[in-house]
Design a protein around this ligand. Structure first.
Ligand code: PHE
Length: 332
């Protein structure tokens, strides 16, 4: 019997090694450990032996059974891994086979404009800053030299947020509050642009949206002049539009700049489109930002980012940008 079992183990080892898949392994497992297997047959005939021989044979049978179980388990690990690998290989997706004719998404034309503007100004040595869309009254108005209840506040159809004291919190109506935040955060020289989303309770029309984008510019240094401002705006618009176009600076009023101007460009139909407000930073604003107006001077401008996109791409209705009509947007 001992010899038989040794031979049996050798046979079993060969059979298990030869099996190529999990179904085959299942079958062999039945043959080696099932009811009519060699080990179970042998166990049944133990009763015919003398007590001492029975003990020995029983122990040997257990060993063999354990050995068989180990063989089967090891083979199962190997076969399972092979099967998983085969499934992975069969289900593999080759993403490089993606049909290039299919439509991929792309950046929205406003985002493209935003990034292009940042590139131009960064190329001119400006840094990019950002501020919160939900602002406090101080940054949006007070620090920008709008006295309380001053009629200039009515220039902005402000959307107030129901938070804190009534009137204390609002959706910023322009990116100019970021000027104050930039001044608060460090010493001049400041050469920064501040792109962002702004909000006014305007009715949407061809040139207005209740949510739109501006790109603010702020320069604060020693001996900065109105000429520096005009030159910077001209250099920027030339870099952006890349062609000859007519622009003009027209006297205007903003509480936070003195003198103030409006920057218009000439449209194909002969009308002027207002693209930016600008001016020399008012001394009160420098002071509100913690800077000494005896030492520092500067200029600021605020371009309508969406309008820049309109002009550049020859789009005649601002609302088209935000209708999310794929057929329209995919052109840019
Ligand atoms: N914040 C002004 C507006 O939204 C634009 C502006 C910016 C004017 C900077 C002057 C200086 O109308």
């Amino acid at each position: 019997m001992t010899l038989d079992l040794d031979q049996h183990l050798i046979d079993a080892t060969n059979a298990v090694a030869a099996v190529g898949d999990l179904d085959g392994l299942q079958r062999i497992e039945g043959e080696l450990l099932g009811k009519s297997s060699v080990v179970n047959e042998a166990r049944r005939s133990l009763g015919e032996l003398e007590q001492e021989a029975r003990k020995q044979a029983g122990r040997r049978l257990n060993e063999v059974r354990t050995e068989l179980e180990k063989l089967l388990a090891e083979r199962r690990v190997v076969l399972e891994a092979a099967e998983r690998a085969a499934v992975l290989e069969a289900e593999r997706l080759d993403l490089t086979e993606f049909d290039r004719g299919q439509r991929l998404g792309h950046r929205h034309v406003v985002t493209q404009t935003w990034e292009r503007l940042e590139d131009i100004f960064v190329g001119m040595g400006f840094t990019v800053a950002e501020g919160p869309e939900i602002e406090d009254e101080w940054h949006n108005f007070g620090a920008l030299n709008f006295p309380p209840d001053h009629p200039a506040r009515d220039m902005y159809d402000t959307l107030y947020v129901d938070y804190g004291e009534p009137g204390s919190t609002l959706l910023r109506t322009h990116t100019s509050p970021v000027q104050i935040r930039v001044m608060e955060s460090g010493e001049p020289p400041i050469y920064s642009i501040m792109p962002g989303r702004v909000f006014r309770s305007d009715t949407a029309d061809a040139t207005h949206m209740p949510v739109f984008h501006q790109i603010e510019g702020l320069v604060v240094d020693r001996r900065i002049t109105f000429g520096d401002m005009a030159g910077t705006m001209d250099a920027f618009t030339k870099a952006y539009f890349g062609r000859d176009f007519a622009s003009r600076l027209r006297p205007s009023y903003f509480p936070f700049t003195e003198p103030s101007a409006e920057f218009d460009i000439l449209r194909d139909d002969g009308s002027w489109l207002e693209l930016a407000g600008c001016g020399m930073v008012h001394p009160n604003v420098l002071e509100a930002g913690g800077l000494d107006p005896e030492i520092w001077s500067g200029f600021a401008f605020g371009f309508g980012l969406d309008r820049l996109a309109l002009m550049r791409h020859g789009i005649d209705d601002l609302r088209e940008l935000f209708r999310n009509d794929h057929r329209f947007l995919s052109q840019f």
